[in-house]
Design a protein around this ligand. Sequence first.
Ligand code: UD1
Length: 365
Amino acid sequence: MLVHLVAGARPNFMKIAPIYRIAQQYPNVTCRIIHTGQHYDYEMSQAFFDDFGLPEPDHFLHSGSGSHAKQTAKIMIAFEAICETEKPDVVIVVGDVNSTLACSVVAKKMLIPVAHVEAGLRSFDLTMPEEINRMVTDAISDYFFVTEDSGVKNLKNEGKPHDRIFLVGHVMIDNLFHQIEQIKRSNASLFASQQLKKRMGAYAFMTLHRPSNVDKKENFEKIVHAINIISTDLEIVFPVHPRTRKMIDRYGIQFSDRVHLMEPLPFRESLFLWKDARVVLTDSGGLQEETTALKIPCLTLRQNTERPITIEIGSNKLAGTSSHSILEAFQRVMGDTGDDYQVPSMWDGKAAERIWEVLIKELGR
Ligand code: UD1
């Protein structure tokens, strides 16, 4: 069975790593990695391949940055040519980035089965490009691998065949647990941020890159106002995404000197920092789930989330995007005991195994 495993942007790499690793246990499966090149800087891409022990991609599509249409079109043209030559038996796409949409559409039109990992999540907010990517990909996928109950419910509501929906848990949590073991074995002094971590004592960890939060000056300033106030209580470590860096420079955004801005971090060093944070502030999808898995308090700087289980049973809280709502949520989280935080039942490090069991049963010959 020839499988194309597609990844393009930073949040995809942690999801393909466990799928690729478990594929090696099946001698009849050839799993080829297609890197679309949506993210291309060393810190946004190769650093993650290195941390995860992933091999060089079999194909690198050089899509690069650009408008959504240009980026998606470039990926589609390049991926179509590869599918024409290699004729994979199934294409696995993960998450909700432009590469996910582009490659699922190409494969489906060539009558190649599509498996979507992290299917069914919905924010019901069509101003988010990722929501459009999720809806389009799920509209045409053949196999839906789902991380939480809400995804099953959404797919059923959309009329998807029940026997193609598989609640398997979360490959990103497989990767998280695997990486924690690697950190335990590695030498912490290898991390440049180790001294800072030691010196700070209690601290917060932050990531911020959603276009709705950083692209408009007014929105960005409201968040930073709250962050600077929070930093009087807790120093904040802030690895800065390239989109956010551009906007900081463009708008002349000022941070308190208790907010430590740094370059984007490789996965393992980032985990080394946030796993011991007093609280994580983020607008990322993945960190809402990863913090839930480790029961670290998380404030999500958004109005909605497509990952409701992290709020219903996990350690996540929606903090909104106004200065007032963020500060209010911060006070609430600092008063939490954390006794009622729970981890979703199948987030146990075995999701990739479950995915392969299904795919082999459905498609293996
Ligand atoms: C993309 C995904 C988003 C994901 C995020 C994680 C889509 C629609 N968006 O958004 O879902 O949460 O990745 O990072 O698929 N840039 C670099 N180096 C790189 C990559 C990008 O400098 O390696 C710059 C680009 O020039 C651009 C900015 O960063 O100005 C943003 O990149 P872009 O790919 O447009 O979107 P992301 O915000 O990264």
